[in-house]
Write a protein that binds this ligand. Structure first.
Ligand code: NAP
Length: 332
């Protein structure tokens, strides 16, 4: 087994919600890492942790107890609030990966991420955002695959999701059950970050970007185990982001969650690149349930691989695939 130089990476999980609990379980089965602490708003109530794992109240305490550790941050924060969480970890001397936002800080922070990058460099740590979506299926994976289609001029990536596995609160937050015009009036989880990540990976700046949502409706009531949606209200949507890139290239990323899925519904990820070299890819592997274990694993793996990067603010497309930065004995 490949081990990391200097022993296992000490890992701290911040937030004990669904993703945080999943991350705690994941660490036990991952080579080269050791879960040492959790950071939670109520450390005294943190039950069921693996033996030896301590519960702490803030990232500063984690930095003092475990200098140089890596934080998997699963707290729900966005934009400037998230930037504050990431900076707090950096000041505590901790590498940090978040699943919540700032997947493309250059378009999401007022200063393009300059302050966050500076604080990471000052404290010699790395800051990253990583996950499944954003952070893999609609950005990192297509970006990697596009290497195989030199001369592509247009790429279309479509990911259906089975929204039946989502909590009712999440469905409603995303507009399920609402009138179609309500769904069309907002994009709660913008796909622009994914389009920017693809553009960054292929080295072509975004010239123009458009984003929209269109509701999926049925002409009958949809009866689910936990709610019913009247005819004509949204049971899903098509959310697309089209980015025109420099050099006349176009990227379209599209997310299609639906409550009208059945166990036979094709949920495969589809990618089509056209132009100089055509490439069509269909990833039949799909998530029937919300992919929390995949999100936690992607965060952890990206961050461990990111340990070989210089200090600073990095993108999810930056770390390579090697586990550890040094040549391992089996590589020689
Ligand atoms: N990119 C992806 O692929 C992906 C996939 C899944 C989820 N996510 C994101 O990951 C984050 C966590 O998801 P989740 O489903 O695990 O959420 P969750 O169950 O609501 O857990 C979030 C945790 O954050 C902590 N927290 C700290 N300050 C908080 C505050 N002021 N208000 C509420 N919670 C606070 C809480 O833990 P303590 O009480 O222990 O402090 C809470 O349990 C969300 O932002 C979600 O959007 C991303």
């Amino acid at each position: 087994m490949t081990t990391l130089e200097g022993g296992p990476v000490p890992v701290v999980v911040q937030g004990l919600g669904l993703l945080g609990r999943t991350a705690v379980e994941l660490c036990a089965g991952t080579p080269g890492v050791e879960l040492v602490a959790v950071v939670t708003r109520r450390p005294e109530a943190a039950a069921g942790l693996p033996d030896g794992v301590v519960a702490l109240a803030d990232l500063g305490a984690a930095g003092r107890a475990f200098p140089g550790a890596l934080v998997l941050s699963t707290v729900h924060a966005l934009d400037e609030e998230l930037a504050d969480v990431l900076a707090e970890a950096a000041r505590a001397g901790l590498d940090i990966v978040t699943s919540s936002g700032l997947f493309h800080p250059a378009s999401q922070l007022g200063d393009c991420g300059a302050a966050l990058d500076a604080v990471a460099r000052e404290h010699a740590v790395r800051i990253l955002a990583s996950g499944v979506q954003p952070g893999f299926v609609l950005d990192v994976l297509p970006a990697a695959v596009l290497d195989l289609a030199p001369g592509w001029t247009a790429v279309d990536v479509v990911k259906p999701s089975d929204a039946r596995s989502w909590p009712v609160s999440t469905r409603h937050m995303l507009g399920m059950g609402e009138a179609p015009e309500v769904v069309a009036s907002s994009v709660p989880y913008p796909l622009a970050a994914s389009a920017h990540l693809i553009a960054r990976a292929v080295g072509r700046p975004v010239v123009e970007l458009r984003e929209s949502r269109v509701a999926e409706t049925l002409d009958r009531e949809l009866v689910l185990a936990d709610e019913s949606i009247p005819a004509g209200k949204a049971v899903g949507f098509t959310h697309e982001c089209v980015a025109e890139l420099e050099g006349g290239r176009r990227v379209r990323v599209c997310w299609q969650p639906t409550l009208a899925a059945t166990d036979e519904t094709d949920l495969s990820l589809r990618l089509e690149a056209t132009g100089g070299a055509e490439l069509t890819m269909r990833l039949d592997g799909s998530f029937r349930r919300d992919p929390y274990p995949a999100t936690a694993a992607r965060m952890l793996h990206t961050a461990v691989r990111g340990r070989s990067l210089p200090a600073g603010l990095h993108l999810a497309v930056t770390p390579g695939l090697a586990w550890g930065g040094q040549l391992a004995s089996e590589d020689r």
